[in-house]
Unconditional design. Structure first.
Lengths: 139, 227
């Protein structure tokens, strides 16, 4: 089942604007390898789910997949052949706002070669250009 | 190439502060840095980006820095990266004596495949770095942890890790480092079930007004009267 919030304060949200780069959530925190976005976009709950399925099918129960983004923004859409007006339409999908630098998926507990191939499959399901990054050990 | 053994990093004192000046420094291939510690005044300096990045890649922490002709021993305290994690944009360096004890984070390297992997076990890393206390010259580059003997439902805690001589553990001894367990299998819904589930599911709205008892009837009655 696609991800969506359990409780929200308001059912419908304004579209908003995305600006700048990711200032947080931009490093690998849980696993050993991460999939980082290089573009700005909305990533829908279905795309996240498609990425998760692609990774888990490839890994065959080995390793662990972490999903770092959550679709908490509702997007509405008017039905086809409907006249304008009559208020805001019903919620059609839920999306996560992704900015350049955001780490969307992480994988741990497997080797680098397998992680690279698994992440390539996940990247194909994403609406943004991505790159594979590894955990940084400094400090 | 920078040799790992003998490297003296050259730094220049910078008088100019602010993000525009720092951006100009970065454009010229330098990294803005700050030096502090030992109850002396903080000193703003500029480092060569290429040389400093090489040092970081070699895993070195203790630096010999020549600041305007005067040599100092400095320890890398913090490194800031850009939004993609590619370029270093700023660093903090702290003054140290060679006999001084310091607290640092050292990365853990897990070696080998666990025995439980044959039975479907998966390693779950809970801690990637260990905080240790040691003299500046004895800081290990990494601490190796062998996971070969781990069976399913076995764990390694911070107290179980063998540390090099002269290195003391600061992280709590009860902290879980790595565990081996069988992953939970989440059954994916069959196509027919999935369609049924995707229907009218919507989140609970916190601010939504809930109709009180008898409110609907009371609200409907005046409309009828208008007609």
């Amino acid at each position: 089942m696609a991800m969506m919030p359990k409780r929200v304060k308001y059912r419908k949200s304004q579209r908003g604007k995305m600006k700048g780069n990711a200032t947080r959530q931009n490093y690998v925190a849980f696993g050993e390898y991460g999939l980082q976005s290089l573009e700005m976009s909305w990533v829908t709950a279905r795309q996240i789910e498609a990425g998760r399925v692609a990774a888990s099918h490839f890994l065959h129960k080995s390793g662990k997949v972490y999903i770092r983004i959550f679709p908490c923004k509702s997007i509405t859409k008017k039905p086809l052949e409907t006249r304008m007006g009559k208020g805001k339409a019903e919620v059609e999908q839920w999306v996560a706002c992704v900015r350049p630098g955001t780490v969307m998926f992480e994988i741990g507990g497997i080797g680098g070669d397998v992680a690279k191939r698994a992440m390539a499959r996940v990247a194909h399901k994403m609406p943004v250009k991505c790159r594979l990054i590894t955990r940084r050990h400094t400090g | 190439m920078v040799s790992k053994a003998e490297l003296i990093l050259k730094a220049q004192t910078r008088q100019e502060r602010g993000k525009k000046r720092s951006a100009k420094l970065r454009k010229d291939g330098k990294i803005p840095a700050i030096i502090y510690g030992h109850k002396q005044e903080p000193q703003a300096v500029a480092l060569n980006e290429h040389d400093f990045t090489e040092i970081i890649h070699h895993g070195k922490r203790l630096l010999d820095v020549e600041i305007d002709g005067k040599a100092e021993k400095l320890l890398i305290k913090d490194v800031q990266y850009d939004y993609l994690g590619k370029r270093i944009i700023h660093t903090d360096l702290i003054r140290v004596d060679l006999s001084e004890k310091v607290k640092v984070q050292v990365p853990l390297v897990f070696k080998g495949a666990p025995a439980g992997a044959a039975e479907g076990g998966v390693l779950e890393e809970h801690l990637a770095q260990l905080e240790v206390e040691c003299t500046v010259t004895e800081i290990p580059e990494a601490i190796d942890v062998s996971v070969k003997a781990m069976k399913i439902d076995e764990s390694i805690y911070a107290r179980d890790i063998v540390l090099p001589a002269g290195v003391k553990l600061v992280t709590g001894s009860e902290v879980l480092v790595i565990a081996c367990h069988v992953p939970l299998v989440i059954e994916e819904p069959v196509a027919a079930e999935a369609v049924a589930v995707e229907g009218p599911v919507s989140p609970e709205v916190i601010t939504e007004r809930k109709p009180k008892e008898g409110e609907e009837e009371a609200g409907a009655a005046p409309e009828k009267e208008k007609k």
